[in-house]
Design a protein around this ligand. Structure first.
Ligand code: IPE
Ligand code: IPE
Ligand code: MG
Length: 242
């Protein structure tokens, strides 16, 4: 099936926030009899290109799922390779400044190696005033862990007497998520043929449109994104209404 389009849809049909579950690196490597790590390396090269394409189209925010709270289950060698690629990606400060991109990391940094935590702080701090596009990297991210993190913060506020449990609103939960202050993703794209969320943005995806593609992430091009954007443009978002 053809899953590419040369041209994007018109500006008025574009999402404001796109989420991407970057999946299929392992299968890409396997198909070439390469170690999985080389699949991740190939996949990491695609990210910048897709971010630049979003920026060029005028999409103000993108969230890419890079490492889940469940991905620690993988062999140590693979986990190390993934963390090293993320370290490199986050240290590429000239690139964000050149692109005027604001970098945010979603997830719990505490189990990460100290130099990676430092790279996160630097990347976020150094790019915080950039305005062309917000790039969220979901790193040691899990939707359930994020909701739990928010609920604990709420419980602390209640215990301290600062918040009445009966008065808690959805907005109170949203404000304590890693995505605080950002709009929910309008569109979530998952390449690789899998059709599940795998713990990605569970709270925020309540009304997201989902597009699943068969392409593996290292083969994902701006033309695949255009195709997903056309699918999105065709959707009728009703939010429970008529
Ligand atoms: C996605 O590719 C990258 C991460 C989950 C970190 P996979 O490594 O999951 O690739 P497949 O699913 O095994 O092909
Ligand atoms: C989801 O992919 C996580 C990332 C893309 C970072 P997985 O490959 O880990 O998900 P499952 O195991 O197929 O659900
Ligand atoms: Mg996978």
């Amino acid at each position: 099936m053809q899953e590419t389009r040369k041209d994007p849809p018109g500006r008025e049909f574009l999402p404001r926030h796109v989420g991407i579950i970057m999946d299929g690196n392992g299968r890409w490597a396997k198909a070439r009899s390469l170690p999985r790590e080389l699949g991740h390396q190939a996949g990491s090269k695609v990210v910048g290109n897709i971010v630049r394409h979003c920026k060029k189209l005028g999409i103000p925010a993108i969230t890419v799922y890079a490492f889940s709270t469940e991905n620690w289950k993988r062999p140590q060698k693979e986990v190390n390779a993934l963390l090293e690629l993320l370290r490199r990606f986050l240290s590429n400060m000239e690139e964000y400044q050149r692109e005027n991109a604001r970098l945010r990391v979603l997830g719990d940094p505490s189990p990460l190696p100290p130099d990676l935590r430092e790279a996160i702080v630097k990347a976020q701090e150094g790019s915080k005033d950039n305005t062309a596009i917000t790039v969220n990297i979901a790193l040691n991210y899990g939707g359930r862990a994020e909701i739990l993190h928010s609920v604990k913060a709420l419980a602390r506020d209640c215990a301290a007497g600062a918040l009445d449990p009966e008065a808690i609103t959805e907005e109170d939960i949203s404000r304590r998520l890693y995505t605080a202050g950002q709009s929910d993703p309008d569109l979530i794209i998952r390449p690789s043929g899998e059709q599940r969320l795998s713990n990605f943005l569970l709270w925020q995806s309540a009304y997201s449109e989902l597009v699943f593609l068969n392409v593996l992430w290292p083969d994902f091009t701006p033309e695949h994104l255009n195709y997903a954007l056309h699918q999105y443009a065709l959707r009728d978002r009703r939010y429970g209404g008529v």
